[in-house]
Design a protein around this ligand. Sequence first.
Ligand SMILES: C[S@@+](CC[C@H](N)C(=O)[O-])C[C@H]1O[C@@H](n2cnc3c(N)ncnc32)[C@H](O)[C@@H]1O
Length: 352
Amino acid sequence: MRLTVTPENLLEWIALKINMVPLPLLHAQIFPIVGKAVLEAADKGVFEAVHKGKQTVDEIAAECRLHPKALRELMGLLLVLGYFKQRDGRYTLTRISQRWVLKDHDESVFGMMLFNNRVVWPWFEQLGNYLQTGEGIQYHDHLTTDQWAYYQQAMLAATGTEAKEFGRKAPIPKNATRMLDIGGSHGQHSVALCKKLPDLQAIILDLPPAIEQAAPLLARAGMGDRVRHQAGNALTDDFGESQYDIVLLSSLAHHFSNEQNREVARKVARALKPGGVYIINEFIRPETDGKSDGVGTNLVGNSMDLFYGLTSTAGNYAISEIQSWQTDAGLKLSKVKSYLSIPGRAMVVAKK
Ligand SMILES: C[S@@+](CC[C@H](N)C(=O)[O-])C[C@H]1O[C@@H](n2cnc3c(N)ncnc32)[C@H](O)[C@@H]1O
């Protein structure tokens, strides 16, 4: 998928076609305000206010304690972006905002919006420094307790749609009984598989400050002892020998260096039972050397690559790199499964 500029009439189409429109001006001037406007609107409670029945700018402004003139400007932009409909000065939510933004919808990305607005936004200031030094933020080493809470809620929000597709598509042994979910946070991937296989139990290995915030999120799934947290560190802990039918590493490889991922794969291979699977679930770095790895160059893969570089120094990996960790660890490669709901993301699977 791509973010494109769509002409609204023939003259605009021609202007775009003959390179008369300064597209970089859109990237430089329009895109930053679009992103921040959506984040602030969610954070200030604008969507929830409309959901509660506040429909005019004055009603929404009073409910959210915002300045009416400033809010009118914000609503104009959100209208163009398709978050609201407006008739006779009364705003209503569109299907997009009802499904993806309202706090209580099970697929809502609201938690990710709060994290991005309150924690991540200031990090972007450091992109220039990252480009000069190659040194990312390594945020796991610096988060405050509140930031850990926003982070874990964001991870849950980001998984609302993915976990369903993961549950349907993950190629797992039908008789699996034990699973290790490394950096599993809220545990939704494990919950999805445990709902599918009644004899499966999962351990979610994560850092102690993450578990402190993720425990109540996991408890909401009502899985009891079948999915439980274990405090640890994937880089220093041993995972044991012939213990698990399934090991999952979801959205953690991008925080680790190539060598760290290779070492994690070695420990995973030892910890798998014969026939067990190692699933690395990740945003894929599109190949930049012209070779296609099945996912191709795309907006999500490329922007997440830069984002993870900035935030963790590592970044995304190409499918061929991920598979090299698995084969070096003595595992046999299986199919790569991509997602329909999250473009640029895939499960890279290997078997013992
Ligand atoms: C980006 S989140 C992904 C959460 C979840 N697996 C998912 O796909 O939604 C990365 C998780 O890995 C955890 N993590 C980071 N470094 C870790 C380490 N060295 N050992 C174990 N967990 C780690 C973080 O605390 C966080 O919960």
